[in-house]
Unconditional design. Structure first.
Length: 289
């Protein structure tokens, strides 16, 4: 989706991939226009070789027919013949936690790839469309206790890549769940090996300073977008004093969310996990937390 007017169920830059047999992945309207778009792609657009603009909701009547809210209008760019090699290169970059910038010539449909940054956004003009693709949001969960598993599951449901790290032998069994990767080792060592980037959240939940503090030193000195640690207000102050002894600056300590999670009166592990994920998501979207 390249442009919207009025209200729109999906943001600009949303993707929908349509296979020849009508199978789809993604969404450009939350279900309002997808059925008609699939029909048009199968019967008309797939026979062409260059990108084509498709507009829905030009009139109030059409917006109402397609279920667009408040008379919204969607402008879509359909690429009938995306370059397979380019898509594979983008996927490879995402898997290696790079940000890839793609520019598409609207006349020829040809793409050019560049190294990108988080500042690169979506743009659409008369001759070119620019999109950026970044690594999946990722969460390192320090500690493999009961709370950690709830946090990991909520993070997984929020489309994070989840890695649980714990060096303790007693936690090596019983932590086998689809979608959650468990690594036995010291968190600071594991995180250094995997790398921390601006798409990474780090949540320390062991309640053991020997494990949490070493991880937090690296986390607070990294580009991670969120760093949080379990503990009371008193324990959080004590933790900050310990971390100062390891040359963690006041500015870096101010990045620490502790006690971790939003104040919603959470008492049980599932409730605390909800508060943690709510805070992580708020920070991810630039909201005050």
């Amino acid at each position: 989706m390249v442009q919207t007017w009025g209200s729109s169920p999906r943001p600009v830059g949303s993707w929908l991939a349509i296979r020849e047999d009508g199978q789809v992945v993604g969404s450009v309207s939350g279900g309002c226009v997808e059925d008609d778009l699939i029909r048009r792609v199968q019967t008309e657009i797939l026979t062409r070789n260059t990108p084509e603009l498709v507009i829905y909701g030009v009139s109030k009547e059409e917006a109402a027919r397609f279920g667009l809210p408040c008379g919204g209008t969607l402008r879509l760019l359909v690429e009938p013949s995306p370059e397979q090699a380019v898509l594979e290169e983008i996927l490879k970059g995402i898997e290696s936690h790079q940000i890839i910038l793609r520019r598409v010539d609207l006349h020829s449909g040809k793409s050019t790839l560049y190294s990108g940054s988080r500042e690169d956004g979506f743009s659409f003009g008369d001759f070119e469309m620019q999109t950026s693709y970044g690594p999946r949001w990722r969460m390192f969960v320090i500690g493999a206790g009961q709370l950690s598993l709830y946090v990991a599951n909520f993070a997984l449901a929020s489309d994070f890549d989840v890695i649980v790290i714990d060096p303790r032998e007693e936690y090596t069994e019983g932590l086998h769940q689809d979608g959650i990767q468990f690594i036995k080792g010291m968190p600071d060592d594991v995180m250094q090996e995997l790398g921390i980037d601006s798409h990474t959240a780090i949540v320390a939940l062991t309640h053991d300073p020997k494990i949490d503090d070493l991880a937090l030193i690296d986390a607070l000195q990294s580009s991670a977008f969120y760093v949080g640690a379990l503990g009371s207000y008193t324990n959080t102050l004590k933790r900050k004093e310990r971390l100062r002894e390891f040359n963690v600056s006041t500015e870096q300590l101010d990045r620490l969310h502790g006690p971790v999670g939003l104040e919603i009166g959470a008492l049980t592990p599932p409730e605390i996990a909800v508060s943690v994920m709510a805070e992580v998501i708020a920070v991810k979207h630039g909201k005050q937390a």
